[in-house]
Design a protein around this ligand. Structure first.
Ligand code: DOR
Ligand code: ZN
Length: 346
């Protein structure tokens, strides 16, 4: 018997689309299956004003194939110089959906991020007042803190104090990678949500390091121990409203990943929905896939789910995904889970 499941067209609540030739090459991969995506602003230079977000949105729309049912939801990059009134105007004009907080130096193109969190307090207060959510890259950058502990320490040192100081602020803890993140989000009430990536449901740190370094499994926050992956799986497949899909699909040309100092990022836009069907089936939770990928995210952002649908059908033979997406900025390797996947998306 053919097994299939039809869900509302999913959204991606954390996506890197880049710019220029890379954008042209990879935008169709997200537009194929997703209705909307929160677009990360960590370009070089970053998207810091409403006007820059509007211009970037135009460039994205030009890269989306004609007729595709895909809407980019823009963000501005929070800096210590961000003008709260500019953000409020961009929000009121429907240009931006959220603001992104990168601790300075935490990840790719985060040099303009925040070092002194007190300096952005007035902006956060304005955001709380107008209902503009904050997407957070939750890792401390203190060199004394081990990279595998940076998310847990961030919760205690930065995120919890920010949330206590700005009670009405809606916060999305992005790409959580630890049981600590899961527990914190569960205890955080209605104003706190979390995105979970596809790859963090599939790999732990052994996958990156055992038997040779696998640069295409390296991302930030880096995958943690197996017990953390299990906690993420349990959260994602629970159907709980606080957890939703944000792929953090982050393309880098292969030359930049397969290098002595390789860039962080896994590119999952192409096969995410097939991989998720596999994961949710494995955990006996296919009935929760729609909540995770299509319903919880819009509910958190106060939006309606998409009207269109996506069907996932289990094939007899493994689905063959492209190994690489060829772009004008070089080939980009598609995330390979390391096991056969039988679910095709259409
Ligand atoms: O792995 C990652 N890649 N994590 C991030 O936070 C940034 C992203 C990128 O832009 O490449
Ligand atoms: Zn990201």
């Amino acid at each position: 018997m053919t097994q299939s499941i039809t869900i509302r067209r999913p959204d991606d609540w954390h996506l890197h689309l880049r710019d220029g030739a890379m954008l042209q090459g990879i935008a169709p991969e997200s537009a194929r299956h997703f209705g909307r995506a929160i677009i990360m602003p960590n370009l070089v230079p970053p998207v810091v004003t409403g006007a820059q977000a509007a211009a970037y949105r135009e460039r994205i729309m030009a890269a989306i194939p004609a007729g595709a049912d895909f809407k980019p939801l823009m963000t501005c990059y929070l800096t210590e110089d961000t003008d709260a009134n500019d953000l409020a105007q961009a929000h009121a004009d429907g240009i931006i959906t959220a603001v992104k907080l990168y601790p300075a130096g935490a990840t790719t193109n985060s040099a303009s991020g925040v070092t002194d969190f007190d300096k952005v307090r007035p902006v956060l207060e304005k955001m709380a007042e107008i209902g503009l959510p904050l997407c957070v890259h939750g890792e401390v950058t203190d060199p004394a803190i081990d990279i595998f502990d940076r998310e847990a320490v961030f919760i205690d040192r930065v995120l919890d104090p920010i949330r206590k100081a700005t009670p009405g602020l809606r916060v999305i803890m992005e790409h959580i990678t630890t049981k600590n993140g899961v527990d914190y989000v569960r205890s955080g009430g209605d104003n706190l949500g979390a995105t979970i990536t596809t790859h963090h449901l599939i790999i732990n740190r052994n996958h990156i390091l055992v038997g040779g370094i696998k640069p295409h499994y390296y991302c930030l926050p880096v995958a943690k121990r197996e017990e953390h992956r299990i906690a993420l799986r349990e959260a994602a497949t629970s159907g709980e409203a606080s957890f939703f899909l944000g792929t953090d699909s982050a393309p880098h040309a292969d030359a930049a990943k397969e290098s002595a100092c390789g860039c962080a990022g896994c590119f999952t836009a192409t096969n995410t929905m097939s991989l998720l069907a596999h994961v949710f089936e494995e955990d006996g939770a296919l009935d929760k896939l729609e909540a995770f990928a299509s319903l919880n995210g819009p509910a958190f952002y106060g939006l309606k789910p998409n009207d269109a649908t996506l069907t996932l059908t289990k094939q007899d033979a493994p689905v063959e995904f492209a190994d690489k997406i060829v772009t004008g900025a070089g080939p980009v390797t598609v995330f390979q889970p390391g096991f056969p996947v039988f679910w095709a998306a259409s």
